[in-house]
Design a protein around this ligand. Structure first.
Ligand SMILES: [Zn+2]
Length: 428
């Protein structure tokens, strides 16, 4: 084609008309120049000059992040702006993988006094993107029997990626007596449902049982073994001792409400301020400790000594529901800021809200900014000032830093933009 056009251009002086010349030059432009411009804009989105914290890939430095077709296309020191259709200046901001909240209750519905299909749960999109969260895991609000309704009603209708632990109780968190019916706790049925929806269901949950019979716990463990997924233990199990629960749990199983100090479960820190030896033994065995903040699940009297003695949480599950969102918990970002006030570094809080969380639910495709990964991204600002953080006992811990979500990207799409950094400047 080049030879064809050049040949004709050479002939111009001799025999062709001016009109013909214009046509040929135009053809040249169309064939060679325009495609090169289109090719140059190979990325849909370029987040420039932010401080990238990507624990999986051991990145903690100023980098550019390019997105194409919903995936992370490139992470590098300098990616030319001309190569992207849209540019976001993230100077002074942190760029991290979209946050993962492994403890939520989002099976929202119309039942007035229920979590399962009820108003005690919340709608995920209402709370996630504004705090940098792109993936939530529902903690057994649905069971193996009513999971399909949860999927149809919430999971399939949400922009947030919604994954789930399913409850060993078939009807999930449907209140008493249904959720304590041993006949409805079936390991084989739970394992079958997990297998059928293995792209969504990440494990089994045991959580609300007030009897002393260990059968529900054993069945939940059996379902976990059959499906090769972790067991998520939410400790509303007042007759089971903490020591026995931790002994029965396998490496990779997750205990939540780790830092609670309530009557229904022995606290992990004893009356002398020491983490109990059997708790440290469970940590050494590989049991994972999730925050599970909720309304009553997080106490400084537990979390601070535990942190000082090396028992840090593996993940920052929020236990988001109708009763926790406006109390001390607020959001995963607030839990991250709270832990910075306790003494954790920004790198360590990001790890717990991203890569650690992804690994604990065996979803290593998530929680990182590796090239080829889904483009779930949170751009965070670090606010400096005087802030207060509240625990379940109503105590305030002061801190001077607080994280805020400036921009959230879900599968390459901007879903939250606090100050319009991705929008065009308005001019009259
Ligand atoms: Zn919960």
């Amino acid at each position: 084609m080049v030879a064809y056009v050049t040949y004709h251009l050479l002939l111009l002086k001799k025999s062709l008309t001016t009109l013909h010349a214009i046509f040929l030059v135009g053809l040249y432009v169309v064939l060679f120049f325009i495609p090169s411009v289109i090719w140059a804009q190979q990325y849909d989105l370029l987040i420039k000059s932010g401080h990238v914290v990507d624990p999986k890939n051991r990145i903690n430095a100023k980098k550019d992040v390019a997105v194409a077709a919903g995936k992370i296309a490139k992470v590098a020191d300098d990616i030319p702006a001309a190569q992207s259709k849209k540019i976001i200046d993230a100077t002074g901001l942190y760029v991290v993988p979209g946050l993962i909240d492994i403890h939520t209750h989002v099976f929202v519905g119309t039942k007035p006094d229920k979590f399962a299909d009820g108003i005690y749960s919340v709608s995920p999109d209402d709370f996630t993107f504004k705090s940098g969260v792109t993936t939530v895991v529902d903690a057994g609000t649905s069971g193996w029997r009513n999971f399909p309704l949860f999927k149809e009603q919430v999971i399939d209708k949400s922009q947030t990626r919604v994954l789930a632990f399913i409850n060993i109780a078939g009807s999930g968190m449907s209140g008493k007596p249904l959720q304590e019916d041993l006949n409805d706790m079936n390991a084989d049925s739970a394992a079958l449902v997990i297998q059928k929806y293995k792209d969504i269901i990440v494990g089994v949950k045991i959580g609300h049982y007030e009897g002393s019979d260990w059968t529900p716990f054993e069945r939940a463990l059996d379902a976990g073994r059959q499906s090769n997924t972790p067991l998520f233990v939410e400790c509303h199990l007042p007759q089971f001792s903490l020591e026995d629960q931790l002994k029965k749990m396998r490496p990779g199983d997750i205990i939540t409400h780790s830092f609670e100090q309530v009557a229904e479960r022995m606290p992990i820190v004893d009356e002398h301020g020491n983490v109990r030896p059997f708790v440290l033994a469970a940590q050494k065995k590989g049991v994972l400790f999730d925050v599970g903040h909720g309304g009553a699940g997080f106490w400084f009297s537990q979390a601070v000594p535990a942190f000082q003695q090396g028992l840090t949480p593996n993940s920052f599950g929020s236990d988001l529901h109708r009763f926790s969102m406006n109390a001390g918990m607020k959001s995963v970002l607030n839990i991250m800021s709270k832990y910075m006030a306790i003494g954790m570094s920004i790198e360590d809080v990001v790890a717990r809200a991203t890569w650690n969380a992804a690994r604990s639910i065996k979803r290593e495709d998530l929680g990182n900014l590796g090239e080829g990964s889904v483009a779930d991204i949170a751009v965070l600002s670090m606010q400096n000032g005087k802030f207060g953080f509240i625990d379940a006992a109503g105590n305030r811990l002061e801190g001077n830093r607080k994280l805020e979500a400036e921009l959230t990207v879900r599968e390459g799409k901007i879903v939250w933009d606090l100050n319009g950094i991705a929008a065009k400047a308005w001019k009259q």
